[in-house]
Structures are given as structure tokens and as C-alpha cells.
Design a protein. Structure first.
Length: 193
């Protein structure tokens, strides 16, 4: 089991045709997004132009969650869907996808047999919850989109602030307790290799 906290100031943000993207995590860590040689990748992105075209990513499955704003997403020949805060869309990387609207989103990309799911979690100030994990994932991530929380894992406390990412490899914990230090919004990601 390995637990680490990646602080918000250590992430690298780059530009794409419609805004910016920030890579939060890539596995294996020796892989490179441009080479498409990863098993999974977590990132956030801003869409800053009214109309944008998604990069074609053959062989990659994507899950997209809106964190702020909203878009209408169109998968040519498939469907069109309105996405608002915390809505999720799943798409194949080789679909011809465009969007209309401005937003910040969270992206999970997986390849091959790697599977993942993500969900939003809102915690009010001074509220405490026990995080429910759906299976026995190989990886568990907690991303703090807004606010600040205290997590208690195996009787150890970890403070997480806006933009931080908690990573747990080979999840083996019985319980993860999260307390909102202020009103907070989190993204929970579970990955199975």
C-alpha cells in the first residue's frame, strides 16, 4: 500500500486549442500523454472557447465530469447531451466529439483492460462522512476541487486543500473518514487494472 498527497502547486498546466489542461496523475509514471502509452490518466481542463473539438484518442476510453459551467456535448452519429455541474459523460476516444459552452471539467482516460469510475462528493463544513468504496480498486484518488477537508485513514489525519490530490495504491483500508473544514467539493476516482 502506498499513500501520497500531491500538492496543487506541483501540477503542470499546458494549453490546448480550447483552453488549458492540468495533468494530475498518469500511470505508469514513466508514460507520456503524447505517446499515449499510459494505462490511465487523470486531468482537469478548462474550455474557454464557446465551440471546441475534442482531440481524437483512438483506443482510449474517457469519462468527463463537469466541475463548473456547462456544455452541450455532441458525439457525431451517436447522441447530444447537456452536461451541467457534476454530470458525467462516457465516450470512446475515437468518437468525433464537439462541445458548445464554457466549463471546467475532470477527465479520466483509461486504456486496455483498465477500468475506472468517478463521482462527485460534496461535504458541508463540520460534517463528517465515511467514504464508501464500491469494490477493491487498485488505486483510489481524492481530488479537492474546492474547499478543505481532513481525512482520517488508519487513524492518521491528512489535511487536503483546494487542488490537492490524495493517491492510494493497493487500497486496503477498512475505513476512510472525511471531515469538511469548510464547504468542499471532491472528485473520487477508483481504478482497477
Amino acid at each position: 500500500m502506498g499513500l501520497s498527497i500531491i500538492k496543487s502547486d506541483s501540477f503542470i498546466t499546458s494549453s490546448w486549442s480550447g483552453g488549458t489542461t492540468t495533468e494530475l496523475y498518469i500511470f505508469p509514471q514513466t508514460s507520456n500523454y503524447q505517446n499515449r502509452d499510459f494505462k490511465f490518466r487523470l486531468s482537469t481542463a478548462t474550455v474557454e472557447v464557446e465551440k471546441s473539438t475534442f482531440t481524437s484518442l483512438p483506443g482510449i476510453s474517457r469519462q468527463l465530469m463537469i466541475l463548473s459551467g456547462g456544455i452541450t456535448i455532441n458525439h457525431k452519429g451517436k447522441y447530444t447531451k447537456q452536461l451541467n455541474k457534476f454530470d458525467i459523460d462516457e465516450l470512446a476516444g475515437d468518437w468525433e466529439t464537439t462541445s458548445v459552452g464554457i466549463c471546467t471539467d475532470f477527465n479520466l482516460m483509461t486504456k486496455g483492460a483498465t477500468r475506472g469510475n468517478l463521482r462527485a462528493l460534496q461535504i458541508e463544513k463540520e460534517k463528517r462522512i465515511n467514504l464508501k468504496i464500491s469494490a477493491n480498486p487498485n488505486w483510489l484518488f481524492i481530488y479537492i476541487f474546492s474547499g478543505e477537508v481532513m481525512t482520517n485513514i488508519s487513524n492518521e489525519n491528512y489535511s487536503l486543500q483546494k487542488g490537492d490530490l490524495l493517491t492510494i495504491k493497493e487500497y486496503t483500508f477498512q475505513k476512510i473518514e472525511i471531515t469538511g473544514l469548510v464547504n468542499s467539493e471532491l472528485v473520487i476516482v477508483e481504478i482497477t487494472l
